[in-house]
Design a protein around this ligand. Structure first.
Ligand code: NIG
Ligand code: FE
Length: 403
């Protein structure tokens, strides 16, 4: 049993209401038992009996739901600083990919890495992410690109899950790009994903979602649909890397297959936005990737005005977003995408949880939900995103445990 008291403002961030509705409670208290929240509200209303266990003083600071990073490529070998510099000199992401760099170069480094080193790196990243207040992390495969190595990456996430306090949500992204050895017979690679990798990952319960990168240098919309429908047939919920560098109709495909989310969306058009709104697809925006690839920022205002829920995530990966600093991505979502700080906060809590179909169990501070929370040293959510610091998070609660 635990009780967090002396909270200046607690933001509940319930899934209901508009994107900007974060449900603040002043002078609040939060109680939990095991890994579940048992009471939340104004401290003055706290009933007797909730203060028998461990007490934690928030020092008058903010308390928010534990942050949810709903789009990362967490496990990979090596880095790609050389491409960062090449892009600054004018090379485009698509040029680099066509020359055999980009994702393919990380695939080679990932296949060569030992399983132990991949596990250790994920653990190190997750420890730093916990310090930033991040308590749930979606993690994609996609740097294996054959049956053995895609399943190995998902196995890495299963091993890591047993060693860290955060909730890890694994996604199969075997259709990240066509691996070099299949370049002359790409349909055979789609066959491999559909006939072997998806069934094997699903049979072993290694993934909850199936993702595909629909892009000129990756997969066509028709190939993407084939992969996502195969995933659905095996119980994997669709997600899409959509309309990032070119508009390929990815958002409309996400709507057509009932995807949980369409991610990136720098180039989404109005028809795609309307289709997402009608189908209830969450938009996952990744402002670090927009920044590093010199892409125009996502038109978040148009999405929100059309009634689409907008999440914000890091896209942490060695190419287009080499940072897992979610609070930095939050400030970028405000400055580049013109989301209000309240809209951004909902986008990294209950809306991000909705992108993972977990908004019934985490992502908001409500009785019965997972006891995941972060204490933020700022006077308001507005001030937090405005005054970007190395780390304004001074304490993280994960599953009812202080870490
Ligand atoms: O989400 N868009 C495709 N995949 C990644 C990039 C991965 C890489 O460059 O290694 C992304 O941006
Ligand atoms: Fe991505």
């Amino acid at each position: 049993m635990g009780l967090l008291t002396n909270i200046g403002i607690l933001y509940q961030c319930r899934p209901d209401g508009a994107q900007a509705d974060v449900h603040p409670i002043r002078d609040a208290a939060l109680a939990w038992e095991g890994d579940r929240i048992t009471w939340v509200g104004p401290a003055a209303d706290l009933p007797a009996g909730f203060d028998a266990g461990e007490r934690w003083d928030a020092g008058g600071r903010l308390v928010v739901p534990g942050l949810v990073d709903c789009h990362t490529h967490l496990a990979f070998g090596g880095w790609r600083a050389e491409e960062f510099v090449a892009k600054l000199a004018g090379a485009s992401y698509l040029d680099i990919a066509r020359a055999g760099g980009g994702i393919a170069s990380t695939v080679a480094r990932t296949r060569a890495a030992s399983t132990e080193s991949l596990v250790a790196r994920c653990r190190d990243h997750l420890r730093e992410m916990a310090a930033l207040g991040v308590t749930t992390v979606e993690a994609k495969s996609g740097y294996g690109l054959d049956r053995e190595h895609e399943l190995r990456l998902l196995d890495v996430y299963r091993t890591v899950q047993a060693q860290v306090p955060q909730t890890i949500v694994p996604t199969l992204l075997a259709a990240h790009t066509v691996p070099p050895e299949y370049r002359e017979r790409r349909e055979r690679y789609v066959d491999l994903v559909v006939d072997e990798i998806i069934p094997a990952a699903a049979a072993r319960g290694l993934a909850r979602f199936c993702d595909v990168f629909v892009e000129e240098t990756a997969f066509s919309p028709a190939e993407g649909r084939r992969v996502l429908e195969a995933g659905l047939a095996h119980g994997l919920v669709p997600k899409i890397h959509a309309d990032q560098i070119t508009d390929t109709g990815g958002a409309a495909l996400a709507a057509a297959v009932g995807a949980a989310s369409a991610d990136h969306l720098e180039r989404v058009d109005d028809a795609g936005i309307r289709a997402m709104a009608a189908a209830g697809v969450v938009a996952v925006t990744l402002p670090l990737a927009s920044l590093y690839l010199h892409q125009p920022p996502v038109a978040a205002r148009r999405l929100i005005e059309a009634g689409v829920r907008v999440a914000v995530a890091t896209d942490f990966n060695p190419g287009s977003a080499p940072s897992f600093h979610l609070p930095f991505a939050m400030t970028l979502a405000a400055t580049l995408q013109r989301m209000t700080p309240s809209e951004v906060l909902k986008g990294v809590t209950s809306v991000a949880a909705a992108a993972l179909r977990l908004d019934g169990t985490l992502g908001s501070l409500e009785v019965g939900k997972r006891a995941d929370a972060a204490i933020i040293d700022a006077e308001s959510i507005d001030h937090w995103l405005y005054h970007l610091r190395a780390n304004a998070c001074v304490g993280t609660l994960i599953g009812g445990r202080r870490v």
